[in-house]
Ligand binder design. Structure first.
Ligand code: SF4
Length: 277
């Protein structure tokens, strides 16, 4: 069996489309960078830096200043030449730059509508957490991990895991999909802490100032583990057989590998999503 580590985004990729997972994770083909992803990194860095300050210094004004001052660090963090080129193009064009900063600032303003950072003392920020799960009654151990944006432990010992999103809150029918990531983290936390469940998981949507919060249950964690194990099994089968299903959906419109996908390139034509639904 090929050793693989599963994260929430890898599982989500596979569930969306096994072929896309293969292009990204097995073939390691690069995905073109987007300004949205860069902006997300920027906002995360602002909040991480803000929480590194003493609590009384965590004001909106300071956060807005950080929005400008961490920019150099965002540039330093970006390893891909293509991503750097996109960012450079944005900052060199005054209209694009203003729009970019307007959206960063909007996320910061909205963050302060949702929380008062002076009252939280995170135990961890932007931290990789990992554990192992048993596959086929212990025949094999699977590595699972992910990066949590913020973890707090109350004086009473209760734990909360929070994650920032720079997009909008999804519609009700997609909120369980969004929560999968948080239950994934809760599962890792519980595994590494003698089964202790986090009291709360929280998704903060900074584009439209919305929050999804849940108290994870053992049932949530069990269902999450079942999905992870099932995806792991399917990936191993696909690796063995070499067959990866191309699973079309409206999300194909955002797939970086459309030009390699048989659904889009067979017969020499590239059908639109509308043609196939
Ligand atoms: S275009 Fe759609 S079906 Fe093809 S690889 Fe991408 S997500 Fe999968």
């Amino acid at each position: 069996m090929k050793k693989i580590t599963l994260s929430p985004s890898r599982v989500k990729d596979f569930l969306q489309c096994p072929l896309m997972y293969k292009f990204k994770t097995v073939d390691l083909l690069p995905s073109p960078p987007s300004i949205e992803a860069i902006r997300g990194t920027h906002v995360h860095l602002v909040l991480e830096t803000l929480y590194g300050l003493d609590a009384h210094k965590r004001s909106l004004e300071t956060a807005l200043e950080l929005g400008v001052s961490v920019f150099e660090n965002v540039m330093d963090d970006i390893k891909s030449k293509d991503a750097l080129a996109i960012l450079q193009e944005t900052v060199d064009d005054s209209k694009k730059r203003d729009e970019y900063y307007e959206q960063v600032n909007n996320c910061i303003y909205n963050y302060f509508k949702l929380e008062n950072p002076k009252v939280y003392e995170p135990a961890a920020l932007e931290t990789w957490i990992k554990t192992t799960l048993e596959y086929k009654q212990g025949e094999e151990e699977i590595s699972v991990g992910g990066i949590i944006d913020r973890l707090e432990i109350a004086r009473t010992g209760e734990v909360r895991i929070s994650d920032y999103k720079t997009g909008s809150m999804p519609n009700v029918q997609f909120q369980n999909d969004a929560l999968f990531q948080m239950f994934f983290y809760a599962l890792i936390y519980a595994r590494e802490n003698d089964g202790k469940l986090p009291k709360m998981v929280k998704l903060l949507y900074l584009k439209d100032a919305n929050v999804i919060e849940r108290e994870p249950t053992n049932q949530n964690l069990q269902e999450t583990e079942e999905v992870i194990l099932s995806v792991y099994g399917q990936i191993q089968e696909n690796l063995k057989s070499g067959h990866w299903e191309a699973r079309s959906s409206p999300l194909c419109n955002w797939c970086a590998f459309q030009t390699r996908c048989p659904l889009y390139t067979d017969a020499g034509s590239i059908p639109t999503i509308q043609d196939r639904y």
